[in-house]
Design a protein around this ligand. Structure first.
Ligand SMILES: [Zn+2]
Length: 448
């Protein structure tokens, strides 16, 4: 890079950093607003986005005309429910019509979500979203006691990273205050290097997939290593199970914070120090809708990210399930609350009589089986479940597997119907998704 370019990129970096700090200041004060004021603020952001979409986005221009909705009108909040849900299939099919005809899209970044096991989609992310994400992270990290200048370690995503870091990368990590280590694959040697990183950089925050943080914690515990610097471990992108939370909190001696969002809809919710999931209703409008086929079950989470002007999504169906939670949190933050322990896209299993079973049922079937290192249930056919196991290879492995089958099959049959068949296999490695996530339960019938 020549010196003029270097100068330009450092000016851009500082301008962006300045905007992130300004946003963080706004978020920090907004978190103490009343729930009513936060909803009012969020509703205005929804309306502004809809006005922009009606004017500048062909898909919405046509839609609003055809169903006679005017985002400027007084009746807009009632009309909102008449807007169709934006499904991933529609986003794929109408990609171009959903792009804004303004500068927002020309400056936006192409983005993708969904790995080998989900339904991949491509979309545009407004540049402002990156500043909002950075500021929101600073806010939630502060909930754990993080202070500006303290190191954040991300165990996240794919790619490759040379360790120990080359000199300039080391300096960059110190200046930026964060370091990202890829988790696509890991083993004993990788854990040793991560432990070296923990000791050297003394991060106060770890941001990780829960399965990865839990595996690393188990390894640290086995070695008798006790990290000392960490104030909070933030888990996202996978369902956070109690077993994971327990081992991570024990080994890192700090609280685990569940965070919820997606690439299309970042910064949806985060757990506070009191253990409640707060919804950032200023950044996203979140709706919980009944499932027509299962009205008494968990609700579909429908999200409208307020700040993606490049490619607005109004009422986007992420494919996740949750529920609103009543009441105020003792922490005093006004953000409303939600329950988020029910499931994610295609990780629930269908029964032949039309019921849905959520992943925690399957997870608990293997409670206490210490010889199983990692597992994955896959529904291949309506009456066929495949369970693969990574194990610590005890000598009598086939006997263990036989016992396991005869122990859990009756439980599966009583839950799913007597026709269900189960096959159990031990494999050397259960493959992760492209971005390094582990899936415990996969519904292959729902993959498209
Ligand atoms: Zn709270």
């Amino acid at each position: 890079m020549n010196s003029a370019l270097k100068y330009l990129s450092s000016v851009i970096f500082h301008l962006r950093q300045k905007r992130v700090l300004q946003l963080e200041k706004e978020f920090s004060s907004r978190q103490w607003w009343s729930t009513e004021d936060l909803y009012r603020f969020g509703n205005e952001r929804t309306r502004s986005l809809a006005i922009h979409a009606a004017k500048n986005v062909p898909y919405y221009r046509e839609l609003f005309n055809s169903i006679n909705i005017d985002p400027n009108s007084m009746s807009f909040s009632d009309d909102w429910n008449r807007l169709p849900i934006l499904e991933k299939d529609t986003l794929r099919a109408k990609y171009n019509d959903l792009v804004s005809q303004t500068d927002h899209s020309r400056k936006a970044r192409p983005n993708h979500s969904g790995g080998s096991t989900g339904k991949p989609v491509s979309f545009l992310s407004d540049l402002r979203l990156y500043e909002i994400m950075a500021a929101n992270m600073r806010l939630i990290f502060s909930w754990a006691g993080w202070k500006p200048g303290e190191m954040v370690l991300h165990l996240w995503g794919g790619g490759d990273k040379k360790l120990p870091l080359p000199f300039w990368e080391h300096i960059k990590a110190l200046l930026n205050g964060y370091l990202v280590l890829p988790v696509y694959s890991y083993d004993e040697n990788v854990f040793i290097r991560w432990w070296e990183v923990l000791k050297k950089y003394q991060p106060t925050i770890i941001y990780a997939y829960p399965s990865v943080a839990a595996d690393f914690s188990r390894w640290l515990e086995g070695r008798g290593y006790r990290p000392k610097s960490v104030k909070g471990v933030f888990c996202s992108a996978e369902v956070l199970f109690q077993d994971h939370r327990r081992i991570i909190e024990k080994v890192f001696n700090c609280k685990v914070y569940n965070q919820y969002g997606s690439r299309e809809t970042p910064c949806v919710a985060c757990e506070c120090p009191e253990g409640n999931m707060h919804l950032f209703t200023d950044l996203n409008r979140v709706e919980f809708l009944d499932q027509p086929e299962n009205p008494s079950g968990p609700k579909r989470i429908i999200i409208t990210p307020h700040e993606n002007y490049a490619q607005p999504f109004l009422r986007y169906d992420l494919g996740d399930f949750g529920a609103p939670k009543e009441g105020m949190c003792p922490c005093g933050r006004g953000y409303p609350l939600m329950e988020m322990n029910l499931g994610r896209q295609n990780d629930h299993i269908n029964t032949q009589d039309g019921r849905i079973i959520y992943p925690s049922f399957f997870i608990h079937l293997l409670d206490g089986k210490k010889w199983i290192r990692r597992f994955q249930f896959r529904q291949l056919k309506p009456d066929n479940l495949d369970l693969t196991l990574e194990t610590d290879s005890p000598l009598d492995i086939q006997e263990h597997v036989g016992h396991l089958s005869s122990e859990i099959l009756p439980k599966l049959q009583s839950m799913m119907g007597s026709g269900i068949r189960l096959s159990v296999r031990v494999v050397p490695l259960i493959e992760r998704t492209i971005s390094g996530k582990h899936r415990f339960v996969i519904n292959e019938l729902e993959k498209k």
